[in-house]
Design a protein around this ligand. Structure first.
Ligand code: CP
Ligand code: NVA
Length: 305
């Protein structure tokens, strides 16, 4: 049987995602009540980071340990990955010594080539194109606070980056709508986003119009990792794409605010919003831990319970 990977959001069906969320609820409950749950005893997760991370490393490393397994951290600087060893060779070798692999890298193509040569499941921990684990946590967080996301409207304000692309894929799987507002020149590229169509999102020139009536308002940094050379230009181009209190006022009355973090207060989000009552960013960050534990359980053990 083909090995199951999680390289982009729509690698999983709605049924599989519902299962992962049901397991997340149970696994989170075990964690909160100090119940030991060690289904992955003796399993080893290798984490490969070609870009920086706080949350992703922490949540995967803590997560596998809490499930009874262990984690090994590799980065470009200290491994042969940074000295030009072909990614196909790395996939062959690393997957013979581990049970599951998480990779954070640049082009999506890199992770696809690794996965094609891997004997074990591979998880995307962020690429230039996608951040599927983040949106697992975000949708789980939305459901926890507000119930089903189907039919709801998510406003995406800012760059059409990896996190945005993943929201757009998720909208197709869960049947909700995304109102996207980017500055001119930074619009969604449906093919790069890996979309089946354009039915689940709408683009707005004015960010206030994108936010109007939205059930969830979300944004991300103006400059993603790997694009630092564009920083100054982006600061100018994105100056009017800040989620502030006026923007939250035009959203639905009970709208939530999310940000994958790290955030830049005073740039893509005003401090009064991210630190305000509608913000659920800390729950969102914590849920990375719980959803990824359920994800690893599913990839390694299939549908348990
Ligand atoms: N949101 C997120 O992936 O955070 P890190 O870059 O800290 O892992
Ligand atoms: N879009 C951001 C997300 C960081 C978690 C980046 O790629 O840098």
């Amino acid at each position: 049987m083909a090995i199951k990977h999680f390289l982009q959001f729509n690698d999983f069906t709605r049924d599989e995602l519902d299962h992962v969320f049901a397991r997340t609820r149970w696994i989170k409950q075990q964690f909160k009540t100090y119940q030991q749950y060690w289904p992955l005893t003796d399993r080893t997760l290798v984490m490969i980071f070609e870009k920086a991370s706080t949350r992703t490393r922490l949540s995967f490393e803590a997560g596998i340990q809490q499930l009874g397994g262990s984690a090994i951290y590799l980065n470009t600087r200290d491994s042969q990955l940074g000295r030009g060893e072909p990614v196909e060779d790395a996939g062959q070798v690393i997957s013979r010594m581990s049970d599951i692999v998480m990779i954070r890298t640049f082009e999506q193509e890199v992770i696809q080539r690794f996965a094609a040569n891997s004997r074990v499941p591979v998880i995307n921990g962020l690429t230039n194109e996608y951040h599927p684990c983040q949106i697992l946590a975000d949708i789980y967080t939305y459901i926890e606070h507000r119930g089903p996301i189907q039919g709801k409207t998510v406003a995406w304000i800012g760059d059409s980056n990896n996190v945005c692309n993943t929201w757009l894929q998720a909208a197709e799987v869960f049947d909700f709508n995304v109102h996207v507002s980017t500055p001119p020149g930074y619009e969604v590229e449906p093919e790069r986003a890996g979309l089946y169509g354009t039915d689940h999102y709408e683009e707005f020139a004015d960010p206030m119009e994108a936010a109007r009536g939205a059930d969830l308002v979300t944004t991300d940094v103006w400059t993603s990792m790997g694009f630092e050379a564009e920083n100054e230009e982006r600061r100018r181009d994105f100056a009017d794409w800040q989620v502030d209190a006026d923007m939250m006022k035009v959203a639905a009355k009970d709208a939530l605010f999310m940000h994958c973090l790290p955030a830049h207060r005073g740039e893509e989000v005003a401090a009064e919003v991210i630190d305000g009552p509608q913000s659920v960013v800390w729950d969102e960050a914590e849920n990375r831990l719980h959803v990824q534990k359920a994800l690893m359980e599913y990839l390694l053990l299939g549908k348990v319970k």
